[in-house]
Design a binder for this molecule. Structure first.
Ligand SMILES: [Zn+2]
Length: 188
């Protein structure tokens, strides 16, 4: 990202909304926004293969593994406003499992792009499924969208839930129910 160019665009934007970019409190704002955007969209410069590479290890288990309450912060692609919440991931391995921190970094990688919640959920599920050839994967995200809360319909308490179920999570009712009951349980 060309930080200086983005700073110039933000200065123009400030003028268009009726502000004075030379005002004391705003002088450094274009630079701050450029740096924040650079961080919040860093996921474009990463890919799942590189990120996951070396983070998987062999383990003879076919039990369900759940990582829940992973914090998610993303920007909606329609308004570039934040949506944020929690992501729960479950998978049944076929001999290869993930390091827990890598699962969280995978979520960050896809979240740090302009997103819609449905696609974010699917991308995480497919990345996990493809990289370790899992028997099944379930991903659920519950999030609040500032574009709904602050503008338009102003629904402050609405929560959007999305889920993506692959493999046995889709075909086997008992597996799906086990996943859903484990992620629905209140946090400890
Ligand atoms: Zn939006």
């Amino acid at each position: 990202m060309n930080v200086e160019k983005v700073e110039g665009l933000v200065r123009e934007l400030l003028i268009e909304i009726g502000e004075d970019p030379q005002r004391e409190g705003l002088v450094k704002t274009p630079e701050r926004i450029a740096r924040a955007l650079d961080f919040l969209t860093a996921g474009y410069g990463q890919n799942a293969d590189t990120l996951i590479h070396g983070a998987c290890f062999m383990q003879e288990t076919t039990s369900m593994i759940i990582v829940r309450d992973i914090e998610v912060y993303s920007l909606c692609e329609h308004h570039m406003l934040p949506f944020f919440g929690r992501c729960h991931i479950g998978y049944i391995p076929r001999g290869t499992v993930f390091g827990v921190s890598k699962v969280a970094r995978l979520v960050d990688m896809y979240a740090r792009r302009l997103q819609i919640q449905e696609r974010l959920t699917e991308q995480i599920a497919y990345a996990i499924s493809n990289s370790i050839n899992a028997d099944g994967v379930g991903v659920m995200i519950e999030a609040r969208h500032l574009c709904m809360m602050m503008r338009g319909v102003e629904k402050q308490n609405s929560m959007m839930m999305t889920s993506s179920l692959l493999g046995v999570f889709r075909s086997n009712l008992a597996t799906r129910q086990e996943f859903l009951s484990l992620v629905a349980r209140p946090s400890v």
